[in-house]
Write a protein that binds this ligand. Structure first.
Ligand code: C2E
Ligand code: CA
Ligand code: CA
Length: 702
């Protein structure tokens, strides 16, 4: 209780009365007194006493007048007024009460009675002001609570013990679609239509449930709320019972949130994690899941599953040449065509830059894997138009079947990949099934890779040399280095079986270096034997693409101390089809070292001679496919004739490869081709054999 001292103001024109009353109440409160009734009101305004004791009959201004004035003032009207009167007639009393007085003190004043009266009134007054403070506090708290409930982002609904809504905040009104007036007074499950988000089945309202089990409950999983207007949102809610001190249920409170956005976000996140951004197709992760599911289903159903791995031929080249934007457009348009070709029941996925996969289960469609593959190939053949340009594409497709050739999802992925490479290697624009042969080839590939790595680590690659002849003089003038992989048992693996593999695995750089070093060492050996043989070393496209290649060659030349004029590097047309500037720079750098550059397999590529002329090439090697047929096919002879003429026009040295017959030997000599190599003269031989046959003797044709 407020222990501030209370104030009593006494107004009486008779000082004696003031003294008596003062003596009666001075122990209860601070006393202010005044005998001049004209100044009384002013004093009341200043002191705002807790109680006024007023004499009725006073000169100048009566107690009634003062009472009237006090009651007329908003800030003073609550101050209780006690009249001191000698009139005991009821008329004055009624008037006093009408004016708002609360009690009387009779004259002559009985001090004890006066004190008790005043004491009571002061006590009432004190309780009244205390009450109003409490009231204010409660109002404030209620206001605070309302502001909070209205402002929070959660929906809040309170019910009584019967589940009838007693409160609903604005968020809850918005989510349920019921306003305060519609909601309050109705059963909570009428205004909260909660359902399972998947099955749409109705569910017990958490407000009712929490009262039933008498503990807080939360429903967070897969719940949706349907509003009065039919709008759906995903919600998470918690509900608590309101219990009284005896533990009886008085009602409940439900708090719920709209989680639609976070649910949508979660859905979006899983979509992103499982799909390709560009095409919107499932990615490798999702494809894997789908294969596993199909396989599991198939186990029971005894059906087969086919996986087609689809790769765009030469896409890397297109992408590099035309830019990534065009590359993306191509991918997008291929993905659309494939979707159409594979049919809606197949699963089409994008599993790599230019790789797609199509999963077919037998029950999906009547189409077999080869029919789908065929229609995919067909769909890609139609030219693609981008920015007014036409692009001609083709695909290579590898097919793996479960359970015929693969026992798991991983194996299907691997086998379709192998089969796809087979399709590429055998000419592209075709499909190929993974077969037993391929399985063997795959095993062999793994074994070869191990052998190759071992040979690289042990510096034990072998280089054979095939002599090159001056056709007019019939004399050895040089040789081509041809790498061989020979294991401990003496088994020879030919380069065609490990060069492509070393290119795929990146081992080609180490391989190339080892062959180059051994070839240069061989040059030095020939020089020692007084033979200035020019040795030609094959170089793969990937080596040319390495910007440090010329530097590495220079280092080998320096470290082996050979005359660069005795070294020739053979590059194929495909090596010149990559980045033009970069390739040209490397070739110029090589050329400036003083070695010569030969264009290998000339005639098999697609590049025009005017394109090739921009590179510093010294030698043209006519591919053996033309030489092979020149005896029998007039057209092949025409081509060789043309190449020889072109070569001499361009001041290039001509070398014919793969001479196998005497007729070829003479024809080429007659056409003006200066040099040649081939089984007719000599097969590639080991270094020892070459040394024995060509370094220690006068060169005679075998
Ligand atoms: P290539 O550069 O066209 O090499 C000529 C190939 O023709 C050699 O096969 C050689 O043995 C073969 N040959 C020579 N004369 C005749 C003939 O009269 N008739 C027939 N039918 N064939 C003949 P090889 O040694 O199996 O090499 C195959 C390919 O492997 C080479 O083709 C070359 O592209 C690549 N290669 C070989 N060694 C290396 C190397 O050290 N580095 C790189 N990057 N590639 C190499
Ligand atoms: Ca060659
Ligand atoms: Ca060749």
């Amino acid at each position: 209780m407020d222990m501030r001292a209370q104030k009593v103001l006494i107004v009486d024109d008779e000082p004696v009365n003031i003294v008596i009353i003062e003596s009666a109440v001075s122990s209860l409160a601070n006393v202010i007194s005044i005998s001049n009734s004209l100044e009384a009101l002013h004093l009341i305004e200043i002191h705002k006493p807790d109680l006024i004791i007023l004499d009725i009959s006073m000169p100048k201004r009566s107690g009634f007048d003062i009472c009237r004035a006090v009651k007329a003032d908003m800030s003073l009207r609550d101050i209780p007024i006690l009249f001191v009167t000698s009139f005991t007639d009821s008329q004055n009393e009624r008037k006093a009460l009408e004016l708002g007085a609360i009690d009387f003190i009779a004259k002559p004043i009985d001090i004890e009675i006066c004190r008790m009266r005043v004491k009571n009134h002061l006590l009432i007054q004190r309780q009244k002001s205390q009450l109003s403070i409490y009231n204010e506090r409660i109002l404030e708290e209620k206001e605070q609570l309302n502001i909070t409930l209205n402002a929070i982002a959660d929906g809040v609904i309170a019910t009584d013990a019967e589940g009838v809504v007693t409160f609903i905040n604005p968020v809850a009104q918005r989510l349920t679609g019921f306003n305060e007036f519609q909601a309050c007074g109705r059963k909570v499950d009428e205004i909260m239509d909660l359902r399972d988000a998947t099955t749409n089945a109705g569910m017990i309202n958490p407000a009712l449930y929490t009262m039933k089990v008498k503990r807080p409950v939360s429903i967070a999983f897969n719940v949706k709320l349907i509003s009065k207007q039919g709008k759906e949102c995903r919600v998470e809610d918690t509900a608590s019972p309101i219990l009284d001190t005896q533990g009886r249920v008085k009602g409940s409170v439900v708090v719920f949130q709209d989680v639609s956005e976070s649910v949508a976000m979660a859905v979006q996140m899983t979509h992103v994690a499982n799909h390709d951004q560009l095409t919107g197709l499932p990615n490798r992760v999702l494809l894997h899941d789908k294969i596993v599911q199909s396989i599991n289903r198939t186990d029971k159903a005894q059906h087969s599953v086919a996986l087609l791995l689809i790769d765009i031929d030469n896409f890397k080249y297109l992408n590099d040449a035309l830019g990534h934007k065009v590359g993306d457009s191509i991918i997008l348009s291929v993905s659309k065509r494939l979707q159409h070709a594979c049919g809606s029941s197949a699963t089409l996925a994008r599993v790599g830059g230019d790789e797609f996969a199509c999963l077919l289960t037998h029950e999906d469609s009547g189409l077999s894997a080869d029919e789908v593959a065929m229609s995919c190939l067909q769909s890609a053949r139609e030219p693609i138009h981008i920015d007014g340009k036409h692009h001609q594409l083709s695909l290579s497709i590898g097919i793996s079947l479960f359970p015929q050739d693969a026992a798991s999802a991983e194996e299907m992925m691997r086998h379709s990949d192998t089969a796809m490479y087979r399709a590429k290697a055998t000419g592209k624009d075709k499909f190929s099934f993974f077969s037993k042969d391929l399985k063997l080839a795959m095993r062999k590939r793994v074994e070869t890779e191990i052998k190759l790595r071992t040979a690289l680590d042990n510096n034990s690659l072998t280089v054979f040399f095939q002599p090159k002849y001056d056709l007019n003089l019939n004399k050895v003038v040089g040789a081509e280095s041809l790498v061989r992989l020979i294991d401990e048992d003496g088994n020879i693996t030919p380069p065609d079986e490990f060069i492509p593999l070393s290119e795929e695995t990146g081992l080609i750089h180490r391989l190339g270096k080892q062959v180059l070093v051994k070839s240069c060492e061989f040059i030095a050996k020939c020089v020692e034997a007084n033979e200035l043989f020019k040795i030609a070393v094959n170089v793969s496209a990937q080596q040319i693409a390495n910007p440090y290649f010329a530097k590495e060659v220079e280092e080998v030349i320096v470290s082996t101390g050979v005359d660069p004029g005795l070294l020739e590097l053979e590059v194929t047309e495909s090596a010149l089809m990559a980045d033009f500037d970069q390739t040209r720079n490397v070739l110029l750098a090589l050329s400036s070292l003083g070695l010569s550059l030969a264009l290998d397999d000339f005639g098999t590529g697609y590049s025009s001679l005017s394109y090739l002329r921009q590179f510093p090439l010294n030698v043209l090697k006519i591919d053996r496919s033309f030489i092979k047929d020149m005896d029998t096919e007039p057209q092949a002879l025409d081509i060789v004739t043309a190449i020889v003429r072109l070569g001499s026009c361009l001041n290039m040295v001509l070398v014919a490869e793969g001479l196998e017959t005497e007729l070829q030997f003479h024809s080429l000599r007659q056409l003006g081709c200066e040099y040649g190599q081939g089984y007719y003269m000599c097969k590639p031989v080991s270094e020892d054999e070459f040394t024995e046959r060509f370094l220690n003797k006068a060169p005679i044709m075998t």
